[in-house]
Structure formats: structure tokens, C-alpha cells
Design a protein around this ligand. Structure first.
Ligand SMILES: [Mg+2]
Length: 173
């Protein structure tokens, strides 16, 4: 079980994951977590940098979808609409279904799909159960909820096991 909690890589932000790194690691599509990964919990729009980052992936043929546990459809469809990518709500990660749906929808094998998210126990664990790759990022909007910080603290030992680490130094992160 512990191996399934181990991310392939840790990055600070989703935009730090370059198309070059993805290609070098055999990634052909990405399954994006929504809350605190591509948008803060309080935001209904991804920032412009996320949009530009997705374009840089599209340029090399890497496709993307949102795989989210949330049931707030208006919010997810708004973000997915801005980004122009498919989405699935209520995925119940660490369940496998959302990741298998993304692989099928984007036309890749599960092992060619990289899950990108801010939580070990949903985004990494679920992806590994589905046979996908996984990258963990630092949560956007850590300042918005003290619980985020507590959760991150609990995840830290697992994050430290990531195979490759590109995280920027973050105080108490
Ligand atoms: Mg999240």
C-alpha cells in the first residue's frame, strides 16, 4: 500500500511541470485535480498561467482532463470551459474510475496518464490504484483554510518519498 502513496515526482506548482519533462517520462495525457491544484478553492477561474501552461502541453500533443471529487458542477464546468478540456465530477478519488475515464477519453493507456494533484490520499493513491503515474503539487490557496496546512503536515512523510523532487522550499510546507 505504501508504494501506492508514493508520487513519481513532487513539484511546487502545476505550471512547473514542463512539456519536456512530461515527454521524457512517457506521459501522453494529464488528469488534473481541480481544487487547490489548478484553481484556489475560492476561485471560479484558473489563472492565466495555467491556461498558457496547458497550451504548451497541447503544442507537443499532450491532452488534459479534469478529474475532480467535487460535486459543484457550475464551478468545474466554468473552469473546464475556460481551459477547453473535458471534466468529470464526483470521482470519489482514491477510487480508480475517474482516472480510467480520463485515460479512455483522452485515448491513452493508464500508464501514459499522469495524475496531477495536491493530495496524496486522493490524487496519488487513486492514480496508482488505476495504474497511472502521479505528481504531487503544493496546494494553491494554503492561506485560505487552516485545515489545508494540517493535512499537508500529515502528508509530508509520503511527499518526502516522491521519486523525483522539484519542489521549491516552502516554510512549513
Ligand atoms: Mg485538490
Amino acid at each position: 500500500m505504501f508504494l501506492r502513496l508514493r508520487a513519481d515526482a513532487e513539484f511546487y506548482d502545476v505550471c512547473d511541470i514542463s512539456a519536456e519533462w512530461l515527454c521524457a517520462h512517457g506521459v501522453r495525457a494529464v488528469a488534473l485535480d481541480m481544487d487547490n491544484t489548478i484553481a484556489k478553492y475560492s476561485e471560479n477561474e484558473p489563472d492565466a498561467r495555467v491556461k498558457a501552461w496547458l497550451r504548451s502541453l497541447e503544442d507537443v500533443g499532450i491532452r488534459a482532463a479534469i478529474v475532480s471529487n467535487t460535486r459543484r458542477e457550475a464551478r468545474v464546468s466554468a473552469v473546464a470551459g475556460v481551459l477547453g478540456i473535458p471534466y468529470r465530477l464526483g470521482c470519489r478519488k482514491p477510487g480508480k474510475k475517474g482516472f480510467l475515464w480520463a485515460a479512455k477519453t483522452l485515448g491513452v493507456r493508464p500508464d501514459e496518464l499522469l495524475s496531477i494533484g495536491d493530495q496524496i490520499f486522493t490524487d496519488v493513491w487513486g492514480a496508482k490504484r488505476a495504474g497511472c503515474k502521479a505528481a504531487i503539487v503544493y496546494p494553491r490557496g494554503m492561506d485560505e483554510n487552516p485545515l489545508f496546512r494540517l493535512r499537508r503536515l500529515a502528508e509530508r512523510p509520503f511527499i518526502a518519498l516522491s521519486r523525483e523532487r522539484y519542489g521549491r522550499k516552502v516554510k512549513n510546507g
